[in-house]
Design a protein around this ligand. Structure first.
Ligand SMILES: CC(C)(COP(=O)(O)OP(=O)(O)OC[C@H]1O[C@@H](n2cnc3c(N)ncnc32)[C@H](O)[C@@H]1OP(=O)(O)O)[C@@H](O)C(=O)NCCC(=O)NCCS
Length: 187
């Protein structure tokens, strides 16, 4: 499976991709809103391996694609939608990007493409995501992909010596359909 956006190519992971993931997963900027203080090579390998394993499922319940720069092929992150089972009408989504490439709209571009694909190809009824409430960039990416705030889960996680609120974001199929017919600024 391949998705093309204006500047990105979203493609399936291969076994050779894990070093690109490892290269940014140890960056303190990336780790700020995660439980871990560091990531080992083995953990980045395992994550990539999981994404590859998901490709073999028939029918697929989960898709997590490598975000690559269309111009160079460089792997700069990943994005995906995941269902519990293949007949579930509801999926959650997740994404991450190398800090070297933050702030250029790449995550928003990738997230929008994934939302379009989830509703369009899987016929989903709902896509949702949890994000640490203080993770403003992530919240903004979700909003730019059309998701809206649904709930705030106070003190929902404890890591790095403190509690963190989580915000639940969601978009329904009808909202996605309504946004498609507009002036192109939303999508
Ligand atoms: C979340 C993440 C993918 C965003 O990547 P990005 O490429 O910088 O995102 P984009 O450039 O597409 O858009 C970010 C939006 O957030 C805004 N933003 C970025 N950093 C911000 C900050 N620190 N505070 C407030 N807003 C911020 C940008 O201005 C932009 O909004 P705009 O288009 O209205 O100007 C990236 O920060 C990341 O990988 N973080 C670590 C992993 C993670 O948190 N994943 C999400 C888990 S739910």
């Amino acid at each position: 499976m391949i998705l093309h956006t204006r500047r990105l190519l979203l493609r399936e992971f291969t076994a050779e991709d894990w070093p690109a993931i490892f290269a940014y997963q140890n960056d303190p900027r990336y780790l700020r809103f995660y439980e871990r203080d560091s990531v080992t090579e083995r953990q980045s390998q395992a994550l990539t391996y999981h994404f590859i394993l998901w490709q073999g499922e028939q029918p697929r319940s989960k898709v997590q694609l490598a975000i690559t720069l269309a111009a160079t092929g460089e792997v700069i992150g990943n994005v995906g939608v995941r269902r519990e089972t293949a007949d579930e009408p509801v999926a959650d989504m997740g994404f991450e990007l190398s800090p070297e490439h933050w702030g250029q709209g790449y995550a928003s571009e990738a997230a929008r493409a994934m939302v379009d694909w989830g509703f369009g190809e899987w016929g989903l009824e709902r896509i949702h995501a949890h994000c640490v409430s203080e993770n403003a960039a992530s919240a903004r990416v979700l909003e730019r992909a059309g998701l809206r705030q649904e709930a705030r889960l106070r003190d929902h996680q404890f890591f790095k010596d403190r509690f963190w609120d989580l915000t639940l974001y969601g978009i329904l199929r009808a909202e996605w359909e309504a946004s498609r017919g507009t002036n192109g600024l939303i999508r």
